[in-house]
Design a protein around this ligand. Structure first.
Ligand SMILES: [Zn+2]
Length: 166
C-alpha cells in the first residue's frame, strides 16, 4: 500500500480587526485596521511580536502581541517539511482518496485560527462527507499522531493525520 504524504497549512480567512483609539498623528480618535502584517523586533534577549494597524490616513500603530525570551522558539526543526510532501493549497482537495486502496498522511505545517479535524478533512478530502470522516475517526481509520482521536479535536501545528482509505 502506498502512503502519500501531504503538507497542509491552516489559515482562517477572518475579517480584518479594527480598534478605535487616539491617533497621535491625526490628533483625534480614529479607527485603526489590522493590516495582518506582523513584525518582530529584537531588544536584547527579548523578541517582541507586533501586529501593524493603520488609521485611515495610513499612520501606523503597533499592537504588541507576544514577547519571546530568545530566538530558539523561532526555528523549530519540526517546521521543516521534507520535499516529498505534496503541499495542499487552500481550497484544494485530495482526490486520490476516492480510489480506495490508498493511505495518506497529512502534516499540519501551520495553524492560524481554530480547526477541527473532521471539518478540516471534509474540506480537503474529495468525496468524503463529514459524517463519514467522523465515523472513520471513531473506528480508528483516521489517526492523529498515531493515536485515536475525536471528530471535534482541534488541530495544532506539527500534527500528523493518518488516513486509511481502504
Ligand atoms: Zn492617523
Amino acid at each position: 500500500m502506498q502512503i502519500q504524504q501531504y503538507a497542509l497549512a491552516l489559515h482562517q480567512q477572518i475579517k480584518a480587526d479594527t480598534v478605535k483609539k487616539q491617533c497621535k498623528m491625526c490628533g483625534k480618535v480614529t479607527t485603526f485596521t489590522d493590516t495582518t502584517i506582523q513584525r518582530h523586533n529584537a531588544n536584547g534577549k527579548n523578541i517582541y511580536q507586533f501586529a501593524i494597524y493603520k488609521c485611515p490616513k495610513n499612520h501606523s500603530w503597533n499592537k504588541k502581541l507576544n514577547i519571546y525570551k530568545s530566538f530558539t522558539e523561532h526555528v523549530n526543526p519540526l517546521s521543516i517539511v521534507p520535499t516529498s510532501f505534496i503541499e495542499i493549497e487552500p481550497g484544494e482537495k485530495i482526490t486520490s482518496m476516492q480510489k480506495g486502496d490508498f493511505a495518506c498522511e497529512i502534516k499540519i505545517t501551520s495553524v492560524n485560527g481554530i480547526f477541527r479535524i473532521d471539518r478540516t478533512l471534509a474540506d480537503h478530502l474529495e468525496g468524503w462527507s463529514r459524517t463519514e470522516i467522523a465515523h472513520n475517526i471513531k473506528t480508528g481509520k483516521i489517526l492523529l499522531n498515531n493515536g485515536l482521536t475525536k471528530p471535534s479535536q482541534k488541530l495544532s501545528v506539527h500534527d500528523k493525520i493518518f488516513i486509511d482509505g481502504k
